[in-house]
Write a protein that binds this ligand. Structure first.
Ligand code: NAI
Length: 342
């Protein structure tokens, strides 16, 4: 099945509690920005994974308490805390997967691009430390604007001579999670069965749900397509406005990021059936970075699924062409920022 769910296989197959308490594998995960709105629930969800032996929590402040708290959960992984730049190298040594939700979130009225000035520098510095200390790790970038922060990360890794495009992922899983939820609700489908690929990027109109590729296949009226597409594109803003100044999506984001971490760990562990949408270096289109469904294996991105972009509806084809200039500009902005640093 091409569907990936955030339901660890080991847990599904071993309902026996003793099994859950025994590590099934021993991967090390570092979470940078672990004391934040996303970081805290994400740390908790990763702590539940039977595939993790060590969970390293890093932030510039307030991470000791988070780590002490989470470490009391009687699941296998050991939890360690790291505060501030001086402890970053130790946090990263020997790590298999690095997850980066560090940075500022949106407030009402802001676009993701408004975060660029602060978050670009944070991602630059953190990825630079990743390059120095665990250059072979999978890197999951959550910090917005993802459309630009992933190209920044790529440039920094290139400057350090350790760029492996197969291992750098922009986390766009939340777009898929939202698309699955909204489509299942709208079409009265069993949520667990629904899978909607979301391609393009992770901001506004660059988020393109391919409703025509929904599994199980479903038919939509033109009005439904318009309504669902716009809702999926604006879902982040829906949360920002509901939180009214207290931040952006953190809980659904943590859920989505945990699913992506679990998928990556299963891939590292040799599961040959791991597919997720992610914003990665890509030659599916004329853009250097593009989100699409990818097969993930031990070495990272193993294959693209070009058929996902074939046979699109007219609506999707137009939306794909319409998103390209914005996505291209965001990529170029990231690259220019990183190249100025040398
Ligand atoms: P938050 O402000 O609650 O937490 C951010 C954390 O990052 C704080 O604990 C802060 O101390 C830490 N931090 C700041 N500078 C740091 C540095 N140099 N090194 C390490 N940690 C540092 O923000 P929240 O809500 O957790 O959001 C984090 C990021 O995730 C934002 O950029 C937000 O836009 C993005 N986001 C991405 C989504 C996606 O789908 N990819 C969805 C939702 C949010």
């Amino acid at each position: 099945a091409l569907r990936a769910t955030f339901a660890p296989k080991a847990v599904k197959e071993n309902q026996n509690r003793n099994h859950i308490l025994q590590p099934q594998a021993s991967y090390k995960v570092a979470l940078l920005g672990a004391a934040g709105g996303i970081g805290q629930p994400l740390a908790l969800l990763i702590k539940m994974s039977p595939l993790v032996s060590d969970l390293h929590l890093y932030d510039i402040a307030n991470v000791k308490g988070v780590a002490a708290d989470i470490s009391h959960c009687n699941t296998p992984s050991k939890v360690a805390d790291f505060t501030g730049a001086a402890e970053l190298a130790n946090c990263l040594k020997g790590v298999d997967v690095v997850v980066i939700p560090a940075g500022v979130p949106r407030k009402p009225g802001m676009t993701r691009d408004d975060l660029f000035n602060i978050n670009a520098g944070i991602v630059r510095d953190l990825v630079s430390a990743v390059a120095d200390n665990c250059p072979g790790a999978f890197i999951h970038i959550i910090s917005n604007p993802v459309n630009s922060t992933v190209p920044i990360a790529a440039e920094i890794l290139k400057q350090k001579g350790v760029y492996d495009p197969k291992k750098l992922f922009g986390v766009s899983t939340l777009d898929v999670v939202r698309a699955n939820t909204f489509v299942a609700q709208r079409k009265n489908l069993r949520l667990i069965d629904v899978d909607v690929p979301v391609v393009g990027g992770h901001a506004g109109i660059t988020i393109l749900p391919l409703l025509s590729k929904t599994k199980p296949s479903a038919s939509f009226t033109d009005e439904e397509i318009e309504e669902l597409t716009v809702r999926i594109q604006n879902a982040g803003t829906e949360v920002v406005e509901a939180k009214a100044g207290a931040g952006s999506a953190t809980l659904s984001m943590a859920y989505a990021a945990a699913r992506f971490v679990e998928s990556s760990l299963r891939a590292l562990d040799g599961d040959a059936d791991v597919y997720e949408c992610s914003y990665v270096q890509s030659d599916l289109t004329d853009l250097p970075f593009f989100a699409s469904r990818v097969k993930i294996g031990r070495k990272g991105v193993e294959a693209f699924i070009p058929t996902d972009l074939q046979g699109l509806s007219e609506y999707e084809q137009k939306a794909l062409e319409a998103l390209k200039p914005e996505l291209k500009a965001s990529i170029e902005k990231g690259v220019a920022f990183a190249q100025k640093q040398t």
